[in-house]
Design a protein around this ligand. Structure first.
Ligand code: PEP
Ligand code: MN
Length: 371
């Protein structure tokens, strides 16, 4: 039996911050036990993780200890009282994990990316009462991630959580896996009822930037973390550079500002409501102004049509962009934002001008038909 009932897991699912920690891989029974006891003693950890089968980019790297690691994990769970979670990638692994009373299963990034594998897991889980965490696919594709959620939910799994572990993108970003925070936020917004965790270990790939990454995740509304911890990180058989000792973990957790989703203070709510009303007002004004701006663009479209001028005039657009971007600092708006904003406005403007042009071009034949 799992160290904790499904009903208790349902309650645990509501805890904030929800913390999963443990080594990247189970290596030896001793390493697992020592790490687990140290983690339990931090009083911060809700679930013990350990990789049993390791999906490695290249063959020949440590590929996990396999089933015998599950027996160690089961034993250590009994000794520490910590419920456990492991990664599963196929039917056999699901069966083995269930046999060894693992409390929560997780789907790894290299599995989420493949609908065949996710469907295989979903089929293996049909009728099983166990929570499942789904890591984002390696590629930045929210539909693929959502597809995995739908397949697992379709198998009748009631408790599902998401884990943001960063994405593979082209070029050097300073991270092992580019966090692309805006995608994580979008996914969280698409699935507001699912537990949303962040995995700073696989995002960072190195210890030194983990604290600031955790703070960023918490500030952006993450419900908690899956974070790797090892009793002797430098000697770890996988992901040595990103693992932290349980003591380091405890210290980082003490320094993090854990933000709450809400506050009971009425003063806070009154102030927030006023500020939100102010934002709503500004949004309304921005939209009105944008609408008027597009009406002017349509008039320009009309003139261009009358004088047989092309819609796209590169020199004019370059001059306009330069003028706006020069103001970036004074406005306190980043050039990245202004560039994207201008590009969106430009696209919309062209659409409006094109519509005017199409209408005007249709007119003569229309008139002919009716005359
Ligand atoms: C892991 O958590 O050990 C792991 C392999 O992660 P990911 O699937 O995010 O690469
Ligand atoms: Mn790892």
């Amino acid at each position: 039996m799992s160290a904790i009932s499904f009903e208790s897991l349902q309650i645990l699912w509501q805890k904030r911050p929800f913390i999963i920690s443990g080594p990247c891989s189970a290596e030896t029974e001793g390493q697992l036990r020592e790490t687990a006891f140290l983690l339990r003693d931090t009083n911060r950890v809700d679930l013990l993780r350990a990789g049993i089968w390791k999906p490695r980019t290249k063959p020949g790297l440590f590929e996990g200890v396999g089933v015998k690691g599950l027996a160690w994990l089961e034993q250590v769970s009994k000794e520490t009282g910590l419920p456990t979670t492991v990664e599963v990638a196929n039917t056999k692994q699901v069966e083995e994990a269930l046999k060894h009373n693992v409390s929560v299963l997780w789907v790894g990034a290299r599995t989420t990316v493949n609908p065949f594998s996710v469907q295989e897991l979903a089929d293996a889980l049909r009728g099983v009462k166990i929570p499942v965490l789904i890591k984002n696919p390696i590629s930045p594709d929210l539909d693929l991630w959502t597809g995995a959620v739908e397949r697992i939910a379709g198998a009748g799994i009631e408790l599902i959580g998401l884990i943001h572990r960063g994405f593979s993108t082209f070029g050097e970003t300073g991270y092992r896996n580019n966090p692309l925070w805006q995608l994580a936020i979008e996914m969280h917004l698409r699935h507001p009822d699912l537990l949303f965790l962040t995995d700073p270990s696989h995002i960072c790939g190195r210890r030194d930037i983990i604290p600031q990454t955790i703070q960023r995740a918490i500030d952006l509304g993450s419900d908690g973390l899956m974070i790797e911890s090892h009793c002797d990180p430098d000697q770890a058989w996988s992901d040595a550079a990103q693992q932290l000792t349980p003591t380091q973990l405890k210290q980082i957790f003490e320094e993090i500002i854990w933000r709450k989703v809400d506050s009971p203070s009425s003063q806070y709510h009154t102030a927030l409501d006023a500020l939100r009303r102010e934002i709503n007002q500004y949004d309304e004004e921005v939209l009105q102004i944008l609408s008027r701006r597009m009406q002017v663009a349509e008039k320009i479209g009309q003139y261009k049509q009358e004088h047989q001028i092309t819609i796209l005039q590169t020199a004019r657009w370059q001059e306009l962009s330069r003028r706006v971007l020069e103001k970036s600092e004074r406005l306190g708006l980043s050039t990245t934002f202004l560039t994207q904003f201008l590009a969106a406005i430009h696209m919309e403007s062209i659409t409006h001008q094109k519509r005017v042009l199409d209408q005007l071009q249709k007119k003569p034949s229309f008139e002919k038909e009716n005359s």
